[in-house]
Write a protein that binds this ligand. Structure first.
Ligand code: UD1
Ligand code: CA
Length: 461
């Protein structure tokens, strides 16, 4: 079989997005639209992938550089889809099959394209087509009496009879490159839009006696393009629905697949349950029996078996990552930041923030607390309102809380400091020196009571 080369047309303006960002860089899931198309090309094992840029070329190229195997060709000005392909012609080896895609059509599946490539049998022009109830605006597939494809006629050039045809050209074709290069030289712009239409290659193929095959697709989402923010949002939902279905097929239980957003990689064990309105970003791993409550936002985190994240928990692992140990209980309203590593059965409650800190097995910080740059031992109980003062305005310092320490409520632990194992810190203490194991340490003024104290009264004039 011949090698496949992909050409992605991405020179158009995208006026109806009303955005200063080039249309193909608008985000769908975790990537720009054109990023999805590039991934599809990769899944097809494309030999070369050529991206045709024009409007916003610098921005598009800058956003995509560093991706191996990509080549850019500029089209200035933009004189039509045929003209776009003419710009790519010099970099297309003539021994392959060229697959033509658009940078604003993100959800085409690689098996659909593989079937189209196969339909060329290495030597025929193959078009991906679709039946539409309202084909307005699209190129129509005109067939001969025997059903064979005769031409694609653009909407603006079509007669009333042709406009009644409901089979349209999706914008995707696979074509032997040797023939494509010959046909591209024959394009003219004598049509309603005075553009060089790529679709005119069909009539050249027919004129030269080549068979043109039309592969009819029954899944419109795969060829749907983005022209407006409304269409972008529709395709985002379609994309999320696909991701949700894939998870459910594996056994993940989603309370409502319509209220899930996966913007990255989500890896789930057995018997995982995810409540509504959760957002997953970057790489998230959920072990067996993990339960995620509603409205959680999780990025770059590994959550081990049996752990429970309650509602409104935010986890941002950043580049360092976050781990939540087995059977840990986190939230509601907890915040785990980069470098938070929780052991088995750790409890982190509401309005607790943890950054760059390790909590050993069984440690608890249940209410309103901050732990930054801390090493917390096993079974430590960290009281409500307590904080590590880890930043002196210039440098960060570490707090070590050894096993079985009990830190009372509303304590300030001024780092660097070590609290010895089994010690107790009285509530309301500001601790600035390390403490001995087993000791009770209290730092606060003695309580004073004055009996029968009379509050001052207002002086009457
Ligand atoms: C094209 C097809 C039409 C098909 C429709 C499907 C032609 C002549 N017509 O129409 O038969 O039904 O797609 O959506 O091909 N582009 C460039 N350079 C240009 C012009 C376009 O890179 O000079 C890019 C656009 O950015 C876009 C793609 O090519 O990604 C398609 O262009 P668009 O203007 O949307 O094509 P249509 O006229 O809608
Ligand atoms: Ca279009």
């Amino acid at each position: 079989m011949k090698a496949v080369d992909v050409v992605i047309m991405a020179a158009g303006k995208g006026t109806r997005m009303h955005s200063s960002m080039p249309k193909v860089l608008q985000q769908l899931g975790d990537k720009p639209l054109v990023g999805h198309v590039i991934d599809t090309a990769k899944a097809l094992s494309a030999r070369h992938t050529v991206v045709i840029t024009g409007h916003g070329a610098e921005q598009v190229e800058a956003a995509l550089t560093g991706q191996p195997g990509l080549r850019f060709v500029r089209q200035m000005p933009q004189l039509g889809t045929g003209h776009a392909l003419q710009q790519a012609a010099p970099v297309l080896p003539d021994d392959g099959i060229t697959v033509v895609l658009s940078g604003d059509v993100p959800l085409t599946q690689s098996d659909t394209l593989q079937a189209l490539v196969d339909a060329t049998q290495g030597e025929r022009l193959a078009l991906l087509t679709l039946e539409m109830n309202d084909p307005t605006g699209y190129g129509r597939i005109v067939r001969q009496a025997d059903g064979s494809v005769q031409a694609i006629v653009e909407h603006k050039d079509a007669s009333d009879a042709q406009r009644a045809i409901r089979e349209i050209y999706s914008g995707i074709m696979a074509v032997p490159t040797r023939l494509l290069l010959l046909w591209l030289q024959r394009l003219t712009n004598d049509n309603a839009q005075q553009e060089y239409y790529l679709t005119d290659v069909v009539k050249f193929a027919v004129a030269d006696g080549h068979t043109v095959v039309a592969q009819v697709l029954h899944d419109p989402v795969q060829v749907a393009g983005v022209n407006t923010p409304v269409q972008l949002a529709e395709l985002e939902r379609a994309y999320q629905w696909r991701r949700a279905q894939a998870l459910m097929v594996q056994g993940v239980r989603l309370r409502d697949p319509a209220r899930l957003d996966v913007r990255g990689e989500l890896i789930c064990g057995r018997d995982v349950e995810i409540d509504v309105n959760c957002v997953f970003q970057g790489r998230v791993e959920l072990g067996d029996n993990v339960r995620i409550g509603p409205n959680c936002v999780l990025s770059n985190v590994r959550i081990e078996a049996g752990a429970v994240l309650q509602a409104f928990t935010c986890v941002d692992g950043g580049s360092e990552g976050v781990t939540v140990g087995p059977r840990a209980a986190v939230g509601p309203f907890a915040r785990l930041r980069p470098g938070a590593h929780l052991g088995a059965e750790v409890h982190v409650g509401n309005f607790v923030e943890i950054k760059n800190s390790t909590l050993a097995d069984g440690a608890k910080a249940n209410h309103l607390a901050y732990l930054g740059d801390a090493t917390v031992g096993e079974r430590v109980n960290y009281g409500a309102g307590s904080i590590t003062a880890n930043y002196d305005g210039a440098n960060k310092h570490r707090t070590v809380i050894e096993a079985d320490v009990h830190v009372g409520s509303n304590c300030v632990l001024v780092a660097p400091i070590t609290l010895g194992a089994g010690g107790t810190i009285g509530g309301g203490s500001t601790i600035s020196k390390s403490t001995e194991p087993g000791a009770l340490t209290v730092v606060r003024a003695k309580q004073v009571s004055i009996p029968h104290w009379k509050r001052p009264a207002k002086i009457k004039k």
